[in-house]
Design a protein around this ligand. Sequence first.
Ligand code: NAP
Length: 285
Amino acid sequence: MTKYIGLIGYPLGHSISPIFQQAALDSLGLDVVYQAWEMEPSRLEEAIKRLRDPAHLGANVTVPHKETVIPMLDQIDDAARRIGAVNTIVSKDGRLEGHNTDHIGFMRALKEASYDPTGKNALILGAGGAARAVVYALMDAGAHSLIIVNRTRERAQALADELAGASPLGAVHVTASPWTPKLIATILEEPHLLVNCTSIGMRHSPTEEQSPLDGMVIPRETVVYDLVYNPLETSLLRQAREAGCVTIGGLPMLIYQGAAAFELWTGHAAPVNVMMAAARDALGG
Ligand code: NAP
């Protein structure tokens, strides 16, 4: 019997998850169809109910449902509980388990770029769902200090307050700072990992081709990681490359978070190379 996996979000217009997940399922000869379920918030319960049907293996969850879905599930794993967001649901015998694989994808791509955040400083731009996963991953990896900067300052402050003292390894300093070019430049005078967790620069968005640090000179000691994966090289990454920085794009994280979800649904090792090739093809790169 054919099984199904859903992608639940709103809107879903430009998501490439259906393309690389289906390529992975097909390459292993699995009789599973990965479908995009574009659901407004008022239809989220309907999507979750559908997942309890035995024909469904689970789902990916994306903006704007990653937090609101939590009370609709039977169980959530420790990482999703700490991050406060679910991006993967596994359906087993009608019960729904929530997981978060964004932090796994983020760390795997960082490791692949040979960057060890232990004892290092990081500047996080953004305070949404992705930023929460990144901050938790860096705390668990033993980063020394994390500074969160967000357009809506209160959101950054709330996240920093929530995390202060919450590190399993102890001495991580988490603070929020206003988003002003002068302050960001001062912070970057010390070597930092800079992670863009905002959607600035995303293709097909109002900020397409913009950089969160437009007009700034980024010191070459900064390692710049942009979670935005479309285009493959964002304006921020180009600006950083031209300044001589090490850069990490968002595509490897996208593939690795998807690979971790794939393994939870199917129990098979994810064919990462197939997923990467299908994604690159879809993005035209
Ligand atoms: P989200 O929860 O909606 O958060 C969006 C963040 O971007 C907020 O901090 C928001 O600031 C900020 N933002 C949006 N537009 C802005 C603008 N014009 N100027 C300044 N800040 C702006 O979304 P999310 O889930 O965290 O995702 C954020 C980005 O990461 C998206 O582009 C997403 O595609 C990407 N992402 C990539 C991966 C991957 O695997 N590579 C995984 C997850 C997410 P406010 O709080 O002020 O609104």
